[in-house]
Each structure stands twice: as structure tokens, then as C-alpha cells.
Write a protein that binds this ligand. Structure first.
Ligand SMILES: [Zn+2]
Ligand SMILES: [Zn+2]
Ligand SMILES: [Zn+2]
Ligand SMILES: [Zn+2]
Length: 760
């Protein structure tokens, strides 16, 4: 990162003074028209940086590391755990899948090792029951040159998986291929068996109709309006009840945040057999061969950048680059006749100003071109940074990829395409600063960056079935993607949003958060909402990033913080006072969470406005001490009592009560994970505490929020573990929450519900 900052500083000096900003095109043009010597130095700095970023790569060391992981995998896979029961056996096989995955990643482009790692992982995946992934791994092994004389074994495995997956065509194809090979007696026998299986499948398939796997699209209730000065916004076309899915938007462009290893094509986050690109240093993976294939048109231009680790340095410009790479094929027909870059820019600007056609959906590239940008209002340093990023990425495409070859046959000279491309990246970056979204998902707790959720042997019983008591280990909400959703971006901001957005891979699912009347505007909240922040906490980002002062109904009422303060009601500790109160925020205070600040901070004191006494909150430290020893039954009992005692000082759904409940629950479950055995008294108390906490979360964040779903996992574990009573209604209500989970997670929750919770 330092290296980039250094180069940018030098370049910044070369281009100073920067002329007043007009638009992205003029800004980049200024860079491209520096006087001769300066321009040369400027370009050399970028090229040198690109050159320096190439890291040494020793294929032999990759092969060696991969071999070591594979051998560890072999050792585990072949070890006998049959006597230990089926649980231990499942752990053995999944543990081997995990080690083979490390071998697959470590091999990078050392194909002699890579093919063996794939083949062995395929074997373990097949045994565990991940047939689709095993099938893919066999194909991967064959692709990377698996030894010819052993190939029949891999093809047999593929055929077996195809049979398990009921893929008639593929099975027939593999049988045909095997028939051509010379096989020994035992393999010939296996082949005969496969043929019989194929016949059986064929006879069955004529009976059942093929499933219609049409993409489920919710009813569209919303409507986009354009009206002069107000710009574009969304209104409800008809009355919409609360909790209905209003629309889904599938993103064409997203990038993993913090280089997370999620599928680069579909954003799947729970992978059991990640397939890496062997060329870019274990930084890019896919969930399947199909996703890898689909992502090729993009990745072929990003691969070298990943190899140089360039993309993590440029922040939002990576997603901007991806937008340009993705949308260019759609824009090209409109640009090919343009004689020069200025005409191209004019064409793009005209397209961006055009109106939507009511009769057909607007293509995503056009929707994106129409997103607003506030680059013109950005401080100069910020603007220059984004200009230099755009220039860097354009020069990267020119110098390290053949991206610009496609423009050779176009009318405009290639230099004009260079300029235009950089301007387009800058434009997209500026748009993303105010329109970009962050997608999240529930993931295993405390998972290391190089680990994969589905490959943790201690969590899983069989494919996508958790072990009893493991649900709470799937409760971490993690930001995963920076994602471009131009349709959702049409919603204006209000601090009380009318929609709630959930992410299902790279699809955003938007539900109504409240009841909406026909004709009512649909708002999204760009920052923390009115229940979770004070007006002065959210007004700063709204002003800095989005360049407006909020005038929504919550911000303009006489007491804009009243809904926030509801969750901060205390009773005074002074025995002569005992009045209920909410603390009065000091002028510089942006929140009232004194427990999050160091004890000596001035904001940490809460004063009763009636008797003026500073609250000591001695119960708070006592509470923390008890949490520390909650491995002991006695301390736990005291803790439950202390929790009930909080009701005296923390009123209604006080936010701190929720935090403390969370601490008790997490600490007790951590003890359980360590082997501590809880009894019925524990279960009963924990159940009550979780109930209180869920109620508070529902009031604070909503009953379908990620916070709620994440905390619900503890309740499900308790239900599953303790066999304690719950009403059918409670059970149905919790099952109903599944609807609000992403597909990957929903399947796992559903399995858990059916395996351990449903009561016959
Ligand atoms: Zn995928
Ligand atoms: Zn690559
Ligand atoms: Zn507001
Ligand atoms: Zn008082």
C-alpha cells in the first residue's frame, strides 16, 4: 500500500495544479495532455509500479507445499476411524477434504501436483456425499493432466457421481468413454454395473416430469418515476403489506471485500470445494466449474492484476473496473463509429440523460450509466486519488492484458480509447462512492480467511447438515461484497427506510419494512436508521458522502432522537431519587453507549437530570466478573439472577440489556463448545434470556433483520439440545424466519430444523 501512496504522491506533484473539475473526461484528458517530459515521467512511474508489483513465483515450492498438504490429507483419509462410530468417520472424510483443498490452493500452477490434489479431493468429496463437487474435481484433475494410465479411475468416479446426480447424458458419455479403454476384470464388472444403473435411470426418467427451475421472481409492486428537478425515485404502485418482497435485483458486478474467498461469479460464500484460478496466487476462487467458465470474460482481464495484488490497493476503483469490463460489450455497438474520444464521451453522456422506456426493462449498463455522482463536489485530494487510480487501471489494461485489442478495428484511434476508458473507470468510481452497496451473509464464527465454512469437520454431520448444537456457530454476519445495484440505487434516502435489503449471493432481495400505501415513495436508508443512531451521528456521513442534509420526517420533527432514546431509559440509582430518565447527550457526543468507551473517557459518565447524581453503574462491573467465570455452575446461577436484576435500572428494551444478554448467551455457549455440560436450570434461564434478547432485537432492528436471524441460532440450538417445551405457534414463527435467509444458509437452517427441532 505504501508503494502506491508513494507513487501517487509523486504523480500528484507532477500534475499540480489541477484545473477546476468539469467532468471525468476532461479530468483524465488533463492527465493525458501533460507537457512532454512530465507526461513521460508520469507514465513511467505507473509502469514501474506495475512492474515492481510482480512477485517472484517458484513453482517448485508451490508443488512442494501442495504435496505436503496432500500427504497429510492421505494420512487422515486412510486412517481408520470406523471403530469410533459414524460421527468420527464423517469428520475424517471432511477433514481430508479440507486438507486436499489446501493442497489444491497451494499447488497454484504446478499442474503435476494440482491434478493429484483435485483427484484426491474428488475421492473424498464423493465419499462424503458432495457429488456435484466431486464430479467437478474429476474433470479438473483430467484437465490438468492426470496421468493417462490412471485416468480410468477418475472417469469411473465421474460416472458414479453422474449416476448419483441422476445425470443420464453425462453417465452415458462416461460409459461410452470407458468402453473404449482396456480394463481389468474388476473394472469391467464395475462398468457392467454402471450400464445397468443407466438403464434404470432411463426407465425412471420417462416417468417424472423435469422440474421447472425457473428463477423465482417476486411480484413487482414498485414503479420508477422521473420528474424534473426531483430526479428519479421509486413509488409504490399499489398498497404493499409489511414484509412482502417488493423486488429482487441481480447484480452483474460485485467484488469480494477484503479479498474474501467467495465465488467470484455467484458470490456463494459457503464453499466445500473451491476451484481456484491457478494463475493468481490463491486470490480467486469459484464454487464450480460452471461459475469459473462464466466469469472468464472478466477474469481474463483481471488475472494479472490479482497476481500483482493490485486490486486491493485501489478500493472502489476495482468495482469500477469490473463495471467497465462487464458493460463494455453492451456499450460497444454505440461507440464503434465515434471518430474520437470526445464523441464517445458525448455518446455516453447522452445515453445517461435518456429516459427509461416504459415498455421494456432498462438494461443494467444503462441503469448504471444513469446513476448520480458527486465527484464534482469531492475535495481535491479525493478527486486526484480517484483520477490516479483510474489512470493506473487503464494503463494496467494496456500494459498487462490484451483488453485494447478489441478496439483496433474501431473508428477512433487507440489512444482515444485509452483516454475514454480511464474516464469511464473514473466515472464509475464516482458513481459507486454514492451508489455502491455492501452485501453480507451469515458465516461460521471466527473462521480464518483461508478456511472454508463447509469444510470444518467439527461443525458438520453430512453435506449441509449441522451437528446437534452447532447452529450458533453459523451466526456471524459478515460484509462480503461491494456490489453495484443500479435499480436499488434509485431509492432516495430516509432515516426510516420503507425497505429492508437482504443479500442472496449477488442478488439483492428488497422487502417492505413497513406497510406502504399506493403512491407512497419507497425509501432506502443509506446509513444507520433513526432507531439506531442519533441525528448528529448520521448527519455527518450523509453530508460528507452523499452531500445532503436529511430532511426526512424523522429528522425534521421536534424531537428527532426520541426513538433512539427509547432504548436508553434508566432508573436513577440514588435511593432518594429513583426517577426514570434518559441521559442528555453532551454537545460532542454522537452516541450514548458509555460501555463502549474506556472508563476514563468523559463521555462515559451518565448523570440523572433530576437529582444530578452521576450514576456509578457498579452492577456493570460485577456482571462482567460473573461472565468471566461462567464455566462454574454457581457463577452462572448468579449471572441469571443479576440479569433479572437489570430490569430495575435498565428500562424497557434498553440497548445495554440486549448487549449483556448477548454476552451471557455467547459465554455460556462458548463453555458448552468447550465441553461444559449445562443442566435444565441453565437451559430454562438461557431460554428466558434469549427470549428477552430477541424481543429487544425485534424492537430495535426488526424481527427479520440479520441481527435477529443471527441471534435466533442460539434459540434453535437450545430447542434442539434441551428438548424443552415450546408451542407450535412459536415453532412456526421461527420456521417462518427462514424466508429471510439467503438460499445457501436457508438450506442449512431448514435441515437443522427438520433434523433436530421439529416435534412430531
Ligand atoms: Zn459460483
Ligand atoms: Zn487468475
Ligand atoms: Zn433523516
Ligand atoms: Zn436521580
Amino acid at each position: 500500500m505504501d508503494r502506491l501512496a508513494k507513487v501517487f504522491t509523486q504523480q500528484d506533484e507532477l500534475i499540480a495544479p489541477v484545473a477546476a473539475y468539469q467532468n471525468e473526461y476532461e479530468a483524465i484528458k488533463a492527465l493525458h495532455s501533460l507537457p512532454g517530459e512530465k507526461r513521460q515521467h508520469f507514465q513511467e512511474l505507473t509502469l514501474k509500479l506495475l512492474d515492481d508489483l510482480e512477485q517472484p513465483h517458484i513453482r517448485e515450492s508451490c508443488a512442494e507445499r501442495s504435496r505436503q498438504w496432500r500427504e497429510q490429507g492421505n494420512l487422515l483419509f486412510r486412517s481408520s476411524s470406523k471403530d469410533l462410530g459414524s460421527d468420527a468417520d464423517a469428520e475424517r472424510v471432511l477433514g481430508a477434504c479440507r486438507l486436499y483443498t489446501k493442497a489444491v490452493l497451494a499447488a497454484e500452477d504446478a499442474e503435476s501436483e494440482l491434478c493429484l490434489a483435485f483427484a484426491n479431493r474428488g475421492m473424498a468429496l464423493q465419499e462424503y456425499g458432495y457429488y456435484q463437487e466431486a464430479y467437478d474435481d474429476c474433470a479438473n484433475a483430467l484437465d490438468c493432466g492426470y496421468p493417462v494410465k490412471l485416468q480410468h479411475k477418475v472417469i469411473f468416479r465421474q460416472a458414479h457421481c453422474a449416476w448419483k446426480l441422476k445425470r443420464i447424458e453425462q453417465l452415458a458419455e462416461h460409459i461410452l468413454c470407458l468402453e473404449k479403454l482396456e480394463l481389468n476384470e474388476s473394472f469391467r464388472q464395475q462398468l457392467e454395473d454402471l450400464k445397468r444403473s443407466l438403464e434404470l435411470l432411463q426407465s425412471q426418467s420417462s416417468n417424472d416430469k423435469s422440474v421447472n427451475d425457473q428463477e423465482k421472481t417476486g411480484p413487482i409492486h414498485e414503479i420508477v418515476t422521473e420528474s424534473g428537478s426531483r430526479g428519479r425515485y421509486m413509488i409504490a404502485k399499489e398498497a404493499i403489506p409489511q414484509g412482502k418482497i417488493i423486488f429482487r435485483e441481480q447484480a452483474t458486478c460485485f467484488v469480494p471485500l477484503e479479498q474474501r474467498l467467495i465465488c467470484q461469479q455467484c458470490a456463494a460464500s459457503l464453499l466445500c470445494a473451491p476451484i481456484p484460478c491457478p494463475q493468481c496466487r490463491q486470490r480467486v476462487v469459484y464454487c464450480s466449474r460452471q461459475c469459473r467458465e462464466r466469469h472468464k470474460p472478466i477474469h481474463k482481464f483481471e488475472c494479472a492484476a490479482y497476481r500483482k495484488d493490485l486490486l486491493k490497493m485501489v478500493g472502489v476503483s476495482h468495482l469500477a473496473l469490473r463495471m467497465v469490463l462487464s458493460y463494455m460489450p453492451s456499450m460497444l455497438p454505440k461507440l464503434q463509429e465515434c471518430p474520437d474520444s470526445s464523441e464517445m464521451w458525448a455518446t455516453i453522456t447522452t445515453l445517461a440523460k435518456g429516459a427509461d422506456n416504459e415498455n421494456e426493462p432498462t438494461p443494467q449498463y444503462l441503469q448504471s450509466l444513469r446513476m448520480i455522482s458527486h465527484l464534482d463536489k469531492a475535495p481535491q485530494a479525493e478527486l486526484v486519488y480517484h483520477m490516479l487510480c483510474a489512470n493506473l487501471l487503464q494503463l494496467y489494461l494496456k500494459d498487462c492484458t490484451n483488453f485494447f485489442d478489441q478496439f483496433q478495428a474501431m473508428t477512433a484511434p487507440i489512444e482515444d480509447w485509452h483516454l475514454f476508458l480511464a474516464a469511464l473507470i473514473l466515472r464509475s468510481a464516482g458513481q459507486l462512492l454514492v451508489n455502491g452497496h455492501v452485501g453480507d451473509a451469515l458465516l461460521p464464527v471466527d473462521l480464518e480467511a483461508s478456511e472454508f465454512g463447509l469444510l470444518q469437520p467439527e461443525m458438520w454431520l453430512k453435506p449441509r447438515h449441522l451437528k446437534l448444537g452447532q447452529m450458533h456457530n453459523l451466526s456471524q454476519t459478515e460484509p462480503l461484497t461491494a456490489i453495484n445495484l443500479p435499480y436499488l440505487s434509485l431509492c432516495n434516502h430516509a432515516c426510516a427506510p420503507s425497505i429492508r435489503t437482504k443479500f442472496d449471493g449477488c442478488t439483492a432481495v428488497c422487502q417492505s419494512a413497513v406497510e406502504l400505501e399506493a403512491g407512497e415513495e419507497i425509501f432506502n436508508c443509506y446509513t444507520m436508521d433513526y432507531k439506531r443512531s442519533m441525528i448528529r451521528q448520521r448527519s455527518q456521513p450523509l453530508q460528507q458522502v452523499y452531500k445532503f442534509d436529511c430532511s426526512c420526517e424523522k429528522c425534521t420533527r421536534s424531537d428527532p432522537d426520541q426513538d433512539y432514546l427509547k432504548f436508553h431509559r434508566y432508573r436513577c440509582e440514588n435511593p432518594n431519587c429513583l426517577q426514570e430518565f434518559v441521559p442528555k447527550p453532551l454537545p460532542h457526543q454522537t452516541n450514548l453507549n458509555w460501555w463502549m468507551h474506556p472508563p476514563d473517557a468523559t463521555v462515559a459518565s451518565v448523570c440523572c437530570p433530576v437529582c444530578k447524581e452521576t450514576q456509578a453503574f457498579s452492577w456493570y462491573n460485577d456482571f462482567l466478573c460473573l461472565i468471566d467465570c461462567c464455566g462454574e455452575a454457581k457463577a452462572r446461577r448468579a449471572l441469571y439472577k443479576a440479569f433479572d436484576g437489570l430490569d430495575k435500572w435498565l428500562l424497557e428494551h434498553h440497548i445495554l440489556k440486549g448487549k449483556l444478554a448477548e454476552m451471557i448467551i455467547e459465554a455460556c455457549f462458548a463453555e458448552m463448545d468447550e465441553g461444559c455440560v449445562l443442566d435444565d436450570v441453565d437451559y430454562e434461564n438461557l431460554m428466558r434470556i434469549i427470549g428477552t434478547q430477541l424481543e429487544g432485537t425485534a424492537a430495535h432492528s426488526g424481527g427479520t433483520s440479520m441481527e435477529y436471524l443471527s441471534q435466533m441460532t442460539y434459540l434453535w440450538d437450545l430447542w434442539a439440545l434441551s428438548k424443552c417445551k415450546r408451542s407450535d405457534q412459536q415453532q412456526q414463527e421461527m420456521r417462518g424466519k427462514l424466508e429471510y435467509l439467503a438460499g445457501e444458509q436457508r438450506e442449512i437452517f431448514e435441515n437443522y430444523y427438520n433434523d433436530f427441532i421439529v416435534q412430531q
